[in-house]
Every structure is written in C-alpha cells, then in structure tokens.
Design a protein around this ligand. Sequence first.
Ligand code: ZN
Length: 139
Amino acid sequence: MGVYTESFQVKTKGFCDAVDITEQVQKAVFNSGLNQGIALVFIAGSTAGLTTIEYESGAISDLKRTIEELVPQNREYQHNYRWGDGNGFSHIRSALIQTDLSLPFSGGKLLIGTWQQIVLLDFDNRSRNRKVIVQIIGE
Ligand code: ZN
C-alpha cells in the first residue's frame, strides 16, 4: 500500500466557469506509480466544486442553467450582508455540488466512462487561481 499526493493549479474565469481536469488527474495517477486504488480529488476553496459530466458545450450549458435555477445569483444572501464580497450564491453552490471526488483506478488508468470527464466548476464572482489536490491510495 502506498499514498501519493500531488497538486496542480487551474486558472478560471469564475461565474460557473467549467474546466476539464481529467488529463491532470490521470497524469497524477500515472505519476504515483501505483497500479490500482482510489484517487481522491479535492479542490481547496469554499466557492468551487468538482463533478463529472460529459464535457461538451451542450451538457455544460445545461448544467450552468440548472445551477442558476437552483441557486440564483440575484437572490438575497445573508453572507453578502455579513461579508460584503457579493458571492453568497457561490458558497451555496459549492456546498451543494461539493468539493471532492473519489475515483477508482486500475492498471494505472482511471475507471471513468468514455464520455465522463472530471470537471472543476468555479462559482466565485471573479477569476481565480485554484489549487486541486490529488491524493492517491493504492498498491
Ligand atoms: Zn464569500
């Protein structure tokens, strides 16, 4: 058994920017030298999220619309009164989508579907430089 940790940076535009990070996560699995186990992917930040979806413009557009319907940007948020940074909607979106994924891998390859990509969503109301941590546990 071994544990391997790697991180990488992702520059985003905020406002539900969706970035495909599948290749970086797969590379971290490869770098670990481990054959099989679990890759834990985590984003350090309370205004971002991680999910999997088919990364094509139609599905991404549908996802963004659905998130806007569920947690509208222009609703009243107590966080905005308390903190004044205007991103109350960003924190709620992050809390619902969540900030981690656990993915199995075998033969050094992630066992995700062909049309299933790992996608970082940045819900903040400005561009950000995000840190993604990949922790791999396996043998
Ligand atoms: Zn805030």
